[in-house]
Design a protein around this ligand. Structure first.
Ligand code: ATP
Ligand code: MG
Length: 424
């Protein structure tokens, strides 16, 4: 360990790896058990071994994360270390979060009940406010759904902040140009693009928070139709383009919409501090008043995630969103109508509409992947890898999409045929 750093090194043999969870930007994430401590931990292992010098830099950086203790910040226990021929394979040993990330949860439940959306955004703001309030401030610089982890009751813990050295060793550095600047491009502010001397400050995180708000409130990923990141994209963001406002729920309180747009403002000075976000969200939504509704929604989402999806498919959470009358604008259109997944709070579809939707989903690779995940043919971790590393690639899109579309047309034709001429 580097001189003067009293930070736990956790030798690989102390941890029994139990389950592969995901392939993320850093490398592989596993669920494991620390045999001496007797607790379940998450271990994030870099894909390649590192030399001694780099190892010290990585440890120094992880120590900053370890020093931060707050309710809404993930606890880092130590550095995983496995000696190998070419050096040490390092990793982070962290608190294990039962419900994974906001990203993995919204893959199954989209959109989340309104109460949980607001509570998650509120708790993210609390965590960020704490980081920015430290002396010197700790910047996150990669605030996005996969870095917002959720415990068994869907309370938030932020992770992966201030790890720029680690990120140099991440898988993403090799696969995406955005990583040269540090973050994940849809969440990066315009000022981070096109300026070689750019030095990020707190306003970077405030912008990311605005994009995150859009993602949480719509249940979608920003700019999901963009296949490849490039300079043309950064220009559009610099010109002021932002995620699609038209798909926000019609009954979203105007104040929430305003806050989101202030956060992603082009003008850094107009972006509110996290302490202001906290106050504003509290004014929009009184968490005390809705305590029992929140608990009820937590149970609904827990049940849905553990396979009892029918509870969410019932219109419980749609009704509930409508219960929040003081939050609604005059236009009381159904918040749930934008739901894309079968496990979301869906509208009452006729069987025929439902079949048509399925056929429609089958007409592109991403839709097929979603269907396979919904029917549990593909598991969570495999799905994450396919969705983020494979399906988005140009080659897959140009090769497979036309084939899948043809197949969907054939299925559609069969469906029409049998519907009109039912076989005896
Ligand atoms: N402590 C944890 N407990 C439970 N699941 C976790 C934990 N940390 C990460 N995960 C899971 O692993 C996934 C990948 O996380 P990881 O941080 O490696 O990649 P990423 O967030 O997609 O990219 P980045 O490297 O930019 O942070 C998360 O989406 C989450 O589902
Ligand atoms: Mg992460």
């Amino acid at each position: 360990m580097a001189e003067g750093i009293s930070f736990d090194i956790v030798p690989a043999e102390k941890i029994t790896i139990q389950e592969f969870l995901a392939l993320g930007g850093f490398g592989y994430v596993y669920k494991g058990k620390h045999e001496e401590w007797g607790i379940t931990v998450a271990v994030k292992v870099l894909q390649e071994p590192t030399g001694k010098h780099n190892q010290q830099d990585l440890i120094k950086e992880a120590k900053i994360m370890n020093d931060v203790r707050f309710d809404y910040i993930l606890r880092l226990y130590g550095i995983y270390q496995k000696p190998e021929e070419l050096g040490f394979r390092l990793g982070l040993v962290m608190e294990y979060m039962e419900n994974g990330s906001l990203f993995s949860v919204t893959r199954h439940i989209r959109p989340l009940p309104r109460t949980l959306q607001f509570r998650i955004l509120y708790e993210v703001a609390l965590g960020m406010n704490y980081l920015h309030g430290l002396k010197p401030p700790v910047l996150h610089l990669d605030l996005k759904p996969s870095n917002i982890l959720l415990d068994e009751s869907f309370h938030v813990k932020l992770t992966d902040f201030g790890l720029s050295e680690w990120k140099k060793f991440s898988t993403r550095t090799k696969s995406s140009p955005s990583s040269l600047i540090g973050g994940t491009w849809p969440y990066m502010p315009p000022e981070a693009f096109g300026n070689l001397n750019y030095k990020p400050d707190e306003a970077y995180d405030n912008y990311s928070y605005g994009i995150l708000m859009w993602s949480v409130l719509t249940g979608e990923e920003p700019y999901s139709n963009v296949l490849q990141f490039g300079s043309a994209i950064t220009c559009l963001v610099q010109e002021g383009q932002r995620p699609d406002l038209s798909i926000l729920p019609k009954d979203l309180p105007t104040e929430m919409n305003d806050l989101m747009q202030q956060c992603w403002s082009q003008d850094i000075g107009c972006r509110p501090h996290f302490r202001d976000c906290i106050c504003q969200i509290r004014e929009i939504f009184d968490f005390e008043v809705y305590k029992s509704e929140i608990q009820q929604d937590v149970r609904i989402v827990q049940d849905a995630l553990s396979g009892k999806e029918s509870s969410l498919e019932s219109s419980d959470c749609c009704h509930h969103n409508k219960d929040l009358q003081h939050l609604e604008r005059a236009d009381d259109s159904d918040h749930c109508s934008g739901a894309a997944s079968s496990s979301s709070c869906v509208q009452d579809l006729s069987e025929e509409d439902e079949n048509k939707q399925i056929i429609e989903k089958m007409s592109n690779v991403e839709g097929v992947l979603d269907l396979l995940a919904e029917s549990k043919v593909i598991k969570g971790a495999e799905y994450d890898v396919l969705k983020h590393r494979v399906v988005r690639s140009n080659t897959v899109q140009t090769t497979l999409n036309p084939m899948v579309k043809t197949a969907a047309n054939i299925v559609g034709a069969f469906y029409d045929l049998f519907k009109n001429n039912p076989l005896e």
